[in-house]
Design a protein. Structure first.
Length: 197
């Protein structure tokens, strides 16, 4: 399976993105090579798509599938796309504070540490529904890794659409997020323009 191994800070710098959206507290003092250069309309659209793909850790083909699914749904395609990406299991695990970074959230899911409604789910792209209960499995709760995660994510604010019990590593989805609840700095309208050419 293809994995994106690009250094995070380098990629953030190139996309003009704050590393905090990926869960990293580091920042880079360097300037991107393309800083100050005029970007075409296509370049802007492409950058927004690359930002969304990089933040959620999705490669081109699955991202295209999300776009087509969002296009078939009722409502605005761009907003539907962002909601679909936010509903991914790895994204929800990160939002609940069960992982320090989005990449770690993906790994936690891959390692079968996450239960959805009492069943082990190890598919990071699994789409969460309203009312789903997500928790870390009993065996993993006692690991040192999760104690360290709890220390780092202690002050993190949780989105209003999630109900989280941090001490017990358990949470539930109160309702599906709307675009206003998703604090990701992506202009989804540019992505729609890019794909609808």
């Amino acid at each position: 399976m293809a994995v994106n191994r690009v250094p995070v800070l380098k990629r953030c710098r190139a996309l003009g993105l704050e590393p905090q959206f990926l869960g990293y507290s580091k920042t880079s003092k360097r300037q991107a090579h393309n800083a100050g250069r005029k970007v075409s309309e296509y370049g802007l659209q492409l950058r927004e798509k690359q930002k969304a793909k990089f933040i959620y850790g999705v490669l081109e083909k699955p991202f295209r599938n999300y776009y087509e699914k969002a296009d078939r749904m009722k409502g605005m395609t761009g907003e539907n796309l962002m909601v679909l990406l936010e509903r991914r299991l790895d994204s929800v695990v990160f939002r609940m504070g069960f992982a320090r970074t989005r990449r770690e959230a993906r790994q936690v899911v891959d390692h079968k540490h996450i239960l959805v409604n009492g069943k082990v789910v190890n598919i990071p792209s699994y789409l969460i529904k309203a009312g789903d209960v997500i928790e870390v499995c009993e065996d993993a709760k006692s690991m040192q890794r999760y104690k360290d995660i709890l220390e780092v994510t202690a002050g993190r604010l949780f989105p209003e659409w999630l109900d989280v019990d941090v001490e017990n590593f358990k949470g539930s989805v109160k309702n599906l997020p709307t675009r206003e609840m998703i604090d990701v700095p992506v202009n989804e309208m540019l992505i729609v323009e890019l794909y609808s050419k």
